[in-house]
Design a protein around this ligand. Structure first.
Ligand code: FUC
Length: 736
């Protein structure tokens, strides 16, 4: 008997050891939670499947799900014979309104889990526990809301589908269908809401569905338009009705648990690739933590949460087959959102994708590439004389989903900047087919424009008629006076030619052409250092040291370009730092996020961290959306990219391999931490642990079998790798 007891005790303690060991290995639980419902849209929490998005208020008596579908815009294309193409505005689609009568709540909590992309609302009343779950499924193309209660017959409500454009509402059994046509461009749209209850009764009343005394209830929502990504059809497709009906019918045959499982599996396949641990999570609501952080309380775990939130938001707003994340991702409740909530090409749409490769979300870039290629097709075909070019193509600053521009601000280097990510995608993934069929053709085409337009002066090649977004010398906001040799243009063309050269060399194509472009690149007027030690923004030394403009255009060469770096160009690096410090830390959301990235590239971790504080202080809203102001999602994406640049950089190439810089800009504030699964150019998956501000260990998996060079605090290690090989190092870069 005694023996048995000892055995039992031993096995229990063994079990406990196993459980604790496993618990240590599990990913941090990442969620945003609040102890009250949202009263305003910017307190609601987002869900999305790349195109169908919802903002959940979590109301107790009145629940509201404001929803969007990414293609509903009032703009037009410039190739459909339209004399005056308009960018239009990204539109709200509608709302699901659920009236629960005078339901009361205790122990209320609403929570968005980043681990499984499910939002929950829980509360209790009169001994009944209520739980709601919300998600938008990419595999099933449907937004799902599920309502349960701990006591049978406890769910009673009236459900309405509100169309944001006064469309026709029709009832069909347990479905509400809203259809309409936008007067501005004739775009046809439809949404369908289905209510499925277990137990109780479902009746139809005045364009609403009434559910009485149900045990549980599920809502399914689908929405779409007749927009098509097919350029050859002028972006006009079929009426969405048939497809929506099919999608709904298929989803309705699946159980809630199957819909949920498929959603989680799809989402986690992307999300779980990267973990970031910067500290323990305090047991406080996100709102309380945010307030405390704004008041100076350290909460590195919240900084890690915002990093993962950026990844969550990209997975939720940009998936293959859909459209790229716009200025607000896919979430918008305004008829005239700021800057049309479309795509701005002088930083914003590019910034949306900075995090995609380095934080292992490469699949999410697919809509971006499709969109850029369509924009190129549109702008090559348009009759707008300002866009006409002999070779290549150029763009306006702002464009919609079908290439319809806002004709303010022709932006010549926009196409070159947009094509940068085509090369980056290859650099990270090694996808040769993509390089051959999409990246290289794009880079070569756009290079053609600059081959035709660069002007030779005193032995240097100069970009004509440029501007430094979005101002002129002398701090004149929006000044469009054209200047030659603007640093922004020069640096972007340098980047374009470099990517073009590397692409053709990798493919072993066009040797003579490559020599020509290399000669041209080497003749480009390079960065200049001005009289106060700054990196000049203009060709003439006219920079004003009190210029705090939000755009850091003349620092493109540091980030996202790679012409200037502490490793290769120390003098320019020093000058870039002078310029960046002079720009000041106080700015708009995306500008602050950009500065986190630039300081990181300059090896200034503590300065990056100052900017993180500035971002949290001024630009992060209650639901952790970034604000310009107003709400603009690029700051979220740029922040995530910035944090990854602080922990790992791989943009510098030596011979034929990339240099992996480990913890190149670690701030003192993150003295201890761990990151898993970041990606580096050349195809590497990198996990790092650090303690007391120093690297403790690194695990690097070679995904492609390329050579790699590791750099940590001046120490260098060069290695050949095999595809699939996992290499471990200690903090001294000794293999373990
Ligand atoms: C550019 C920026 C603005 C804003 C807009 C969407 O024009 O200068 O600050 O972010 O894009």
């Amino acid at each position: 008997m005694k023996n048995m007891k000892i055995k039992l005790l031993l096995s229990i303690s063994f079990l406990l050891v196993v459980i604790t060991a496993n618990a240590k290995q599990t990913a941090p639980k990442e969620s945003l939670w609040y102890s009250q419902p949202a009263e305003k849209w910017l307190q609601a929490l987002p869900i999305g499947n790349g195109s169908l998005g919802g903002m959940i208020f979590g109301g107790i008596q009145k629940e509201q799900i404001q929803f969007n579908e990414s293609s509903l815009i009032t703009g037009t294309t410039s190739i459909d014979g339209n004399a005056k193409p308009t960018v239009g505005n990204y539109q709200p689609f509608g709302d699901i309104i659920i009236d629960f009568g005078n339901l009361r709540a205790e122990n209320y909590r609403r929570e968005l889990s980043l681990n499984n992309a499910i939002q929950t609302v829980t509360f209790s009343t009169g001994g009944v526990n209520y739980q709601r779950e919300y998600f938008s499924s990419y595999p099933d193309k449907v937004l799902v809301a599920n309502f349960t209660a701990s006591k049978k017959g406890s769910i009673s409500c009236i459900i309405k589908l509100k169309d944001a454009h006064n469309g026709k509402i029709e009832m069909s059994g347990n479905k509400i269908i809203a259809t309409g046509t936008l007067p501005e461009n004739g775009m046809q749209y439809e949404s369908q809401l289905m209510v499925v209850n277990t137990g109780g009764k479902l009746t139809v009343e005045n364009n609403a569905i009434k559910v009485s005394n149900a045990n549980d209830m599920r809502l399914l929502l689908v929405a779409g338009t007749d927009f098509s990504k097919d350029f050859s059809k002028d972006f006009k497709g079929e009426h969405p009705h048939a497809l929506l009906k099919k999608t709904m019918t298929t989803a309705a045959t699946k159980t809630y648990s199957n819909l949920r499982k498929a959603h989680i599996a799809d989402y986690q396949n992307l999300y779980n690739r990267v973990e970031l641990n910067l500290g323990t999570t305090p047991e406080k609501s996100t709102l309380d933590r945010l307030k405390a952080l704004k008041n100076g309380t350290k909460d590195p775990a919240l900084e890690a949460l915002l990093f993962q939130y950026g990844r969550y938001l990209l997975i939720s707003s940009s998936r293959p087959g859909g459209l790229p994340a716009n200025l607000q991702g896919i979430w918008n409740n305004e008829y005239k959102p700021a800057w049309y909530s479309q795509y701005t090409t002088n930083i914003n749409v590019q910034m949306n994708y900075w995090l995609a490769e380095s934080t292992a979300l490469t699949e999410c870039t697919a809509p971006y590439f499709d969109w850029v290629e369509n924009l190129a097709r549109v702008n090559k075909k348009t009759t707008d004389p300002k866009l006409q070019t002999k070779r290549g193509w150029i763009a306006y600053s702002t464009n919609n989903i079908m290439g319809g521009p806002s004709t303010w601000g022709l932006h010549r280097p926009g196409s070159a900047w947009l094509s940068q990510h085509f090369w980056e995608h290859y650099a990270f993934t090694g996808d040769k087919e993509f390089l051959k069929n999409r990246a290289y053709p794009m880079l070569k085409d756009v290079s053609g424009y600059w081959e035709d337009h660069l002007v030779e002066k005193d032995g240097k090649l100069i970009t004509p008629d440029g501007w430094s977004p979005e101002h002129g010398p002398g701090k004149v906001e929006g000044d469009r006076t054209p200047y030659p040799g603007v640093s922004y243009d020069q640096q972007i063309v340098y980047d374009l030619f470099t990517n073009n050269i590397e692409a053709s060399a990798t493919l072993g194509e066009d040797a003579a052409y490559r020599t020509k472009i290399t000669e041209m690149r080497n003749k480009l007027l390079g960065p200049k250092i001005g009289k106060w030690g700054q990196l000049q923004e203009w060709m003439e030394d006219v920079d004003d040291s009190t210029d705090h403009h939000r755009h850091n255009s003349h620092l493109f060469a540091v980030h996202p370009g790679r012409q200037i770096s502490p490793l290769n160009t120390p003098e320019w690096t020093k000058a870039a730092l002078v310029s960046l410090n002079a720009r000041g830390d106080v700015s708009t959301g995306w500008s602050t996020a950009w500065k986190i990235n630039i300081f990181a590239r300059l090896g200034q971790g503590n300065r990056s961290y100052d900017l993180i504080n500035a971002l949290f202080g001024k630009c992060i809203l209650e639901n952790l959306f970034d604000t310009h102001p107003p709400f603009q999602i690029d700051g979220n994406f740029g922040y995530t990219a910035g944090v990854s640049e602080m922990l790992l950089q791989s943009h510098i190439k030596k011979d034929d391999h990339y240099i992996l810089q480990l913890l190149p800009a670690l701030p003192d504030a993150w003295s201890k931490g761990q990151v898993k699964g970041l990606r580096a150019r050349g195809g590497f998956e990198v996990s790092l642990m650090w303690k007391n501000g120093k690297l403790d260990s690194a695990v690097i998996k070679s995904l492609l079998g390329n050579d790699m060079e590791i750099l940590y605090k001046g120490k260098i290690l060069i290695l050949k790798t095999k595809k699939g090989e996992v290499i471990k190092f200690n903090g001294q870069l000794v293999r373990i």
